[in-house]
Design a protein around this ligand. Sequence first.
Ligand SMILES: Nc1ncnc2c1ncn2[C@@H]1O[C@H](COP(=O)(O)OP(=O)(O)OP(=O)(O)O)[C@@H](O)[C@H]1O
Length: 321
Amino acid sequence: MAQVIYEDEIDFAKYERETDAKQKVKPASQWVQELIDRINNPIKEPRAVMPWRKTHSMVAFRKGEVTVWGGANGNGKSLVTGQIALSLIAQDEKVCIASFEMKPAKTLERMGRQYSGFNADDPAFAGSTAAKMELIKVYEEFKEWTNGRLWLYDQQGTVTATQVAAVVRYCAKEKGITHFFVDSLMKCVASEDDYNGQKMFVDELTAIARDHGIHIHLVHHIRKPSDENHKPSKYDYKGTGAITDQVDNVISVWRNKAKEKKRDEGKPVEDKEPDALLICDKQRNGEWEGSIGLWFDRQSMQYVGGPGDEPLIMYRHPEDF
Ligand SMILES: Nc1ncnc2c1ncn2[C@@H]1O[C@H](COP(=O)(O)OP(=O)(O)OP(=O)(O)O)[C@@H](O)[C@H]1O
């Protein structure tokens, strides 16, 4: 089952140290040789991608990179990154989530719903023993599926940048984690105007990602928009501009509240209009930048790639295999 990493498990002092400087200064010929080897032996490494097929040629989460995920409050940052984490696990990546905003059980409850398509709060489960048994079976399957692939760092409230950096290093070195999610940046620094602290923390994350060849996903908030229709860009992020300057990719999540409002008021809505956008306005090592339209499936809490698309159900009964 998804394992929880407790604070007393980690010898923080050991993982706070920088990698030895000696190891970092190498002759250029070593890298040129790598280029030659690559020409001789082109190895096509699988790319870590988003769950939606239409995005596969546009965005990838490369080793050694940091992606910042931003958006206004309640616009779906945690849901989107939770679904991305599930999809990365399905791609054989090892994932750790450090959420300082949500307890591990809540994070897993949402991810379990996205994974299975079952809503445990659905009244249908309350009255029927058979339905309850089915739900338990699904969660048992989910437990198995996360085994050796998903970890959660159990720490709420105050945390220091040094502590978080040590946990990421520990996970990369000792657990073989390849994708680490930090939710969110502001919980790891002293305050919104601690620009120096923010810059140093993000700088440290970029160094850890590079040194250990892992991908770090960092959730961040944007400044309160004057109008909900405003589609965020990297210039809307809270804190210092050095955050988006330093990272490799910037992806903002925007929720189409105007469409929801129209639907709630019983007015006709255009189905072609997406429920959410992922706006990528920085991708250092990729050629594409732009917006990806997504549709929200309430039952599974999943985002799907097109209007009316079925959610991706990763859950299977053992007998279905
Ligand atoms: N596009 C959408 N359509 C309908 N509901 C949505 C959409 N996006 C998010 N929600 C709802 O909003 C809630 C909040 O989403 P989520 O917690 O992922 O936001 P967040 O950006 O992480 O919030 P915060 O900034 O407070 O951490 C979810 O429980 C979900 O039900």
